[in-house]
Design a protein around this ligand. Structure first.
Ligand code: ZN
Length: 313
């Protein structure tokens, strides 16, 4: 049975886009509940300026709290080397820095152009490589706006592949492909994935971060797993929506993604019934926010076969 890792990004991508500031306790309740449903990789927050994103101010405490499970991969996002230092100190297992292929988006998002971002990535890589190998977190560059940009429009595919090769040559463990703006389609995803694989090797790109802004999220996810991508980011209830498209969901909805994969016979280690219960539990913590997803509204079909769930440690 083919294994797919679902990386839950709701506590980061979802919470950073909503107004509600969830307490540390609330975040840990969410993480704990998803762990209980079999989720083993969670992006728990980001180490960013507290003035810019007060929702993420307690990320160090959240990482520390989540570390009680020895088999949970704790991922965080960092915009710069200062964030990377904080992530290492807190004990994150996976550190991701976004490199926006659209330079205009990069300047707007992290106030750095490509040359400055490459310097920042090199500094993070140097820092991470000082950690003894046994404890060294996985350092990943997220290729943001790889499928198109709301400001610049089309993003040149050859440029995406070149930039992937450039950061991988710097020693970064992996790149991830991000459809930040939800503009991608399956054919484009295939060209980008195979382009990076041919140039840099399959082991250097194993995960994709897809948004469902235009309803293409699951189609793109399906193409990705058929190609051989093994990690998919998604968000419980598609939390966060899309700041550029009111009414549209943000990340792909974890519940719908797990339903698709389980129905096709892929193993995610997640108990979908338990996950649907987690959705209700977390929704109660965030009563002001909009929740997306079809599986939760329609319910599981009678003949839905439960997949084996991971044992808790
Ligand atoms: Zn995102």
């Amino acid at each position: 049975m083919k294994q797919i890792t679902i990386s839950e990004v709701g506590p980061r991508d979802g919470l950073q886009s909503v107004d509600t500031i969830l307490s540390t306790e609330g975040k840990l309740t969410w993480i704990e509940a998803e762990y209980g449903a079999g989720v083993r990789e969670i992006e728990v927050g980001s180490f960013v300026s507290q003035t810019l994103l007060p929702q993420m101010a307690d990320t160090a405490a959240v990482v520390k709290g989540a570390r009680r499970h020895t088999d949970l991969v704790i991922a965080v996002l960092v915009p710069n080397v200062r964030g990377c230092e904080a992530a290492l100190e807190a004990g994150a297992h996976k550190i991701s820095i976004p490199l926006s292929l659209s330079e205009t988006h990069s300047l707007k998002n992290v106030r750095r152009d490509h040359a400055q971002m490459l310097e920042e990535i090199a500094a993070c890589q140097a820092l991470v490589s000082q950690v003894p190998e046994a404890d060294r977190p996985c350092f990943e560059v997220g290729l943001a706006t790889a499928f198109g940009c709301t400001i610049e429009g089309a993003v040149d595919e050859a440029f995406v592949i070149d930039m992937a090769a450039r950061v991988l040559e710097m020693g970064v463990a992996e790149v991830g492909l991000s459809d930040t703006t939800g503009m991608g389609n399956p054919a484009q995803l295939e060209r980008l994935v195979t382009g990076i694989w041919q140039r840099c090797g399959e082991s250097r790109l194993t995960g994709v971060h897809l948004h469902n802004t235009r309803g293409q999220g699951l189609a793109n996810a399906l193409r990705a797993v058929e190609l051989g991508i093994t990690t998919l980011d998604s968000s419980l209830g598609g939390l966060g929506g899309c700041p550029f498209a009111p009414g549209a969901s943000g990340n792909i909805v974890t519940e719908d993604l797990v339903f698709m994969l389980a129905s096709m016979g892929y193993s995610t280690g997640i108990d979908l019934e338990a996950l649907l219960a987690v959705r209700h539990q977390v929704a109660a913590l965030l009563p002001e926010e909009e929740w997306f997803g079809f599986t939760a509204s329609a319910g599981l079909p009678k003949h839905f076969e439960k997949m084996p769930m991971r044992e808790a440690s």
